[in-house]
Design a protein around this ligand. Structure first.
Ligand code: PRP
Length: 177
């Protein structure tokens, strides 16, 4: 079965919105150091573009998690595939995600990270699918776009590991459906 990718958000639209969100972040943190944690792999491109626009001191760390039994929907139980390299105690953590769907990943992950004594944890996502949310208590501090429940790729997001490098956000349409 083949698929095609249809444009949803152009590179210019995405970048313009990232600049706006970075300005909000700059205002809120007011020069305080930000410890950005990228949730691999989808968040990589967004985190780089966001970080370029942050004015104060920024540090990076990376975490890779997967849900057990992940097929199309996360199960709510996360397995740490790669933990953080550094301690987050006393730091302002900004969790950077490509997309929030059910919210289960971030719900579990932020619960875990709170036990490590950060000064603060905020969540920043490029895309948000509010119609899919199961975990209502996940508070999204910064979001670039709310999108409908479509299968999106590009700007870090994949379909079977393909299309992560697209500089725009597209919707996958499956042929013969
Ligand atoms: C995606 C996304 C989030 C999670 C969101 O990651 O990056 O981590 O799913 O889903 P949820 O809100 O329903 O928990 P994915 O497991 O596809 O991994 P990837 O970023 O490595 O492609």
């Amino acid at each position: 079965m083949g698929e095609t990718v249809k444009m949803l958000l152009t590179e210019e639209e995405v970048n313009r919105r990232i600049t706006e969100v970075a300005e909000e972040i700059n205002k809120d943190y007011n020069g305080e150091p930000i410890h950005m944690i990228c949730i691999l792999k989808g968040g990589v491109m967004f985190m780089c573009e966001l970080a370029k626009r942050i004015k104060g001191p920024v540090s990076f760390d990376f975490m890779d998690v997967s849900s057990y039994g992940h097929n199309t929907e996360s199960s709510g139980v996360i397995k740490i595939l790669k933990d953080l390299d550094e301690d987050i105690e006393g730091r302002n953590v900004l969790l950077v995600e490509d997309i929030i769907d059910t919210g289960k990943t971030l719900n579990k992950l932020s619960q875990l990270l709170y036990t490590r004594g950060p000064k603060s944890i905020k969540i920043c996502t490029m895309l948000d699918k509010p119609s899919r949310r199961v975990e209502k208590e996940v508070f999204v501090d910064y979001r670039c776009f709310q999108i409908p429940n479509k299968f999106v790729v590009g700007y870090g997001l994949d379909y079977n590991q393909k299309y992560r490098n697209l500089p725009y956000i597209g919707v996958v349409e499956f042929e013969n459906e």
